[in-house]
Design a protein around this ligand. Structure first.
Ligand SMILES: NC(=O)c1ccc[n+]([C@@H]2O[C@H](COP(=O)([O-])OP(=O)(O)OC[C@H]3O[C@@H](n4cnc5c(N)ncnc54)[C@H](O)[C@@H]3O)[C@@H](O)[C@H]2O)c1
Length: 349
């Protein structure tokens, strides 16, 4: 089975690609190494997954982005893994890739992923997250690809009043452009699934953390700043909470979704992938302090527009359909992430 993974150089995508290679799938990664955060971090994501981190020093000596990425492609050349540096919004070039590769399944993780920056740049989010996904849907239709997994997000729940967020809840009150693009993706996905019989799972990820975590996200920033002795800003009074989900559990959930699509027909499912536990912001900071053995210098600041009060996943559907299990507790996940962070700090610029 050949799987095309968009966004495969990113946080979740690079872990997924690594696991899929281990499981002997053929994979095609499409990623434009978007400038949302440094291309070096994404190059390192891929090198780490090939256990070739030592090559980074040489790659980093090359100044031009294109040459750098071509050098990366040469290093990781493997018959089970192919990397295309391409933008999912470029329909003409994407069509060439689909024509050349003829994947059996597509997993669309490419997106602009930050909540707050989407308020500053809604048009760009619309372009990548909605137009880009529509291109993927069109190409699945055109090339008769009948299996698709799309990354949705817990942000579609907005400030949902329910105690626990179930897929049955009404979710038509997103509070950021990012959340609205993910909701639009769920609906456009349904249209294509209905019209063209594309078997589809839309996974609502709940705040994913762990090794290779995006640098713009709170846990990553806090680990970095507490380690360096810098002040950290906590938005609100520290009592907002998130259902943090360890990267290993998320990847297992995606792989279970692949297996589900391999054996089931007429599928359109929206499924929460979370941990079903609420962790308060202040408790997250205390866990990091303990792991780094350093005290945080905390400044409490006003809550930001677009941020939800809490997220809390009902994961009974994932358990039932995918046999999904949460295997990593929060403390262990933070321990793994801190160990990774300290190692990567040695090689990263
Ligand atoms: N990390 C989380 O907590 C979380 C939570 C909910 C949903 N998600 C969703 O999961 C997916 C992966 O998120 P992530 O945290 O790994 O983010 P990430 O930014 O690390 O990965 C996204 C990847 O997509 C690539 N990309 C962006 N625009 C592209 C384009 N136009 N063409 C090709 N590639 C492009 C980026 O270069 C990057 O490598 C996203 O769709 C995101 O919205 C993530």
């Amino acid at each position: 089975m050949k799987i095309l993974v968009t966004g495969g150089a990113g946080f979740i995508g690079s872990h997924l690609a690594e696991k899929l290679m281990e499981a002997d799938y053929s994979i095609v990664v499409v990623d434009n190494f978007d400038s949302f955060y440094s291309e070096n971090k994404k190059i390192l994501n891929i090198l780490e997954s090939f256990k070739l981190t030592g090559e980074f020093e040489n790659i980093n000596k090359i100044n031009e982005k294109e040459k750098k990425l071509n050098h990366l492609k040469n290093i990781i050349s493997d018959k089970k893994y192919k990397l295309y540096i391409e933008n999912i919004c470029n329909m003409k070039n994407m069509e060439k890739i689909f024509m050349e590769e003829r994947p059996d399944m597509v997993i669309n993780l490419a997106a602009l992923a930050g909540v707050r920056p989407s308020i500053q740049n809604p048009l760009k989010y619309q372009e990548v997250n909605i137009q880009g996904f529509l291109n993927i849907l069109e190409l699945c239709h055109k090339f008769n690809i009948d299996k698709l997994i799309q990354a949705s997000s817990s942000s579609v729940y907005g400030n949902c009043k329910d105690d626990i967020y179930s897929e049955e809840a009404r979710v038509d009150r997103p509070i950021s452009p990012y959340a609205a693009t993910k909701k639009a993706g769920e609906e456009m996905g349904y249209v294509y699934s209905h019209l063209y019989k594309i078997n589809m799972i839309q996974l609502r990820f709940f705040t994913v953390y762990g090794e290779r975590m995006r640098p713009d996200l709170a846990i990553h920033k806090f680990i970095e700043n507490i380690n360096m002795g810098n002040e950290i800003s906590l938005f609100g009074d520290g009592n907002t909470s998130r259902d943090y989900t360890y990267i290993g559990d998320i990847v297992n959930g995606i792989i279970a979704s692949i297996k589900y699509l391999e054996v089931n027909k007429n599928v359109f499912e929206i499924i929460n992938l979370g941990s079903s536990r609420e962790i308060k912001l202040i408790d997250m900071v205390r866990t990091i302090e303990k792991e780094l053995n350093k005290n945080a210098k905390i400044k409490f600041v006003e809550k930001q527009a677009g941020d939800v009060e809490k997220t809390y996943a009902d994961i009974s559907k994932a358990k039932k359909l995918l046999k999904y299990e949460v295997k990593t507790d929060f403390k262990q996940g933070i321990k793994n992430m801190v160990e990774w962070y300290l190692k990567r700090k040695e090689v990263n610029i």
